[in-house]
Design a protein around this ligand. Structure first.
Ligand code: V47
Length: 353
């Protein structure tokens, strides 16, 4: 049986087979990923109406790829008050947002309550607003900083109204690459353990992969395999999100962007390898909107959301980080031949646009 036949028959592929897909004809690979995407989602492309909020950029950790945290290259340190955050939520809720995605740096000065109580305030004021908050990297930081176990932090998140966890902080799981790009931060095993524990509480999360820096193709496949293994056990990942590395204002000396070809191949391969993760998100903030639209034909079935404002990826040079207006977003999806379907944060369909 050829690899093509194996994939079309829905059989699981192994590490070497996955790696060899990078050498497959570009359009044949796209066709295989598209067949998988169509079998699961037909012509639908999901999005949600959301707002990213990044409440502080003061960080105790140093990741070489990060341009968001306040440091020598980014002297504009800030920490929002809860009132400031609530004003943002009030504004976006009045304009239809159904999800707030709240991710911060690892600020040792605020106290644990500052991190956690804001979720309760949001939930009390807007019970229907989905709170997607705290990456596993933040959970690990809070546990270390405040002498708590992961279980204790996760329980506090549930208690305060966090609905789901975002996929940030996964970066690349390979230990050598990880040590080079973000030594000292949550380890790969810890990242996966935190998500496992979260899933065991009946909660869902996402998982990212930061690629296009110093990692090699085999590290990406290894990353996907580790996700697939955990997903077999928990079924708790909603979406895989490959984040295209942005090159500016950070300490990782990578100046070349990956080619669009490499980005699309990686998306397509993730759709094929991650046979147990239902959604592949083309996160347009880091891929550009144009490429995210093409990615719909290379396995991606989700374009994240309208976002409005984002600070982490834009600090590193992402040019498309100030949101897309809803009508334009819908028109872009339609004009590229797909059906825009607004979803909630855990992929229940809300409305076909
Ligand atoms: O974890 C940091 C990444 C992530 C850079 O779960 C960079 O739905 C590119 O996780 N170039 C935060 N990326 C964003 C994130 C996310 C985004 C959208 C949706 C979801 C979700 C999660 O941004 C960090 C890090 O991996 N990042 N620096 C950079 N220079």
């Amino acid at each position: 049986m050829t690899l093509r036949d194996k994939i079309l028959a829905g059989e699981r592929i192994d590490f070497d087979e996955a790696l060899s897909l990078y050498d497959m004809d570009f359009f044949e690979l796209g066709e295989l990923a598209d067949a998988k995407r169509k079998a699961l989602h037909g012509n639908k492309t999901y999005f949600n109406i959301n707002r990213h909020i990044n409440p502080t950029n003061k960080c105790a950790d140093i990741c070489k790829f990060c341009a968001y945290s306040a440091n020598r290259k980014n002297p504009n340190e800030y920490t929002m008050t809860h009132d400031e955050i609530m004003n943002i939520v009030k504004d976006v809720e009045s304009r239809g947002a159904k999800e707030v995605h709240i991710v911060s740096a690892h600020n040792p000065d605020t106290g644990l309550e500052w991190y956690l109580e804001i979720f309760k305030k949001i939930k009390d004021a807007y019970p229907h607003m989905h709170v997607k908050a705290l990456t596993a990297a933040e959970v690990d930081f809070l546990a270390r900083e405040y002498n708590k176990t992961y279980d204790e932090i996760l329980d506090l998140m549930v208690l305060n109204g966090v609905d789901s966890m975002p996929g940030g902080g996964a970066e690349i799981f390979d230990e050598k690459v990880r040590d080079y790009i973000c030594k000292g931060k949550v380890t790969s095993d810890q990242w996966l353990e935190i998500h496992r524990k979260w899933h065991e509480r009946g909660k869902m999360s996402n998982v990212t992969m930061l690629f296009g820096h110093v990692e090699k193709r085999e590290h990406r496949i290894d990353h996907m395999m580790r996700i697939r293994d955990l997903q077999d056990k928990t079924k708790g990942f909603n979406a895989f999100i490959p984040l295209v590395y942005q090159t500016e204002n950070n300490y990782l000396k990578v100046t070349e962007f990956m080619t669009a070809n490499e980005i699309l191949k990686t998306m397509a391969i993730s759709r094929i390898v991650l046979d147990n993760v239902p959604n592949i998100k083309a996160y347009w903030v880091t891929s550009t909107v144009s490429l995210a639209l093409v990615a719909q034909e290379f396995g991606a079935n989700d374009l994240d959301g309208t976002i409005e404002k984002e600070s982490i990826n834009s600090a590193a040079g992402a040019k498309s980080a100030n949101g897309v207006n809803l009508e334009d977003f819908v028109a872009l999806i339609k004009n590229s031949g797909f059906t825009p379907v607004e979803r909630d944060s855990v992929y229940n369909e809300i409305k076909e646009w």
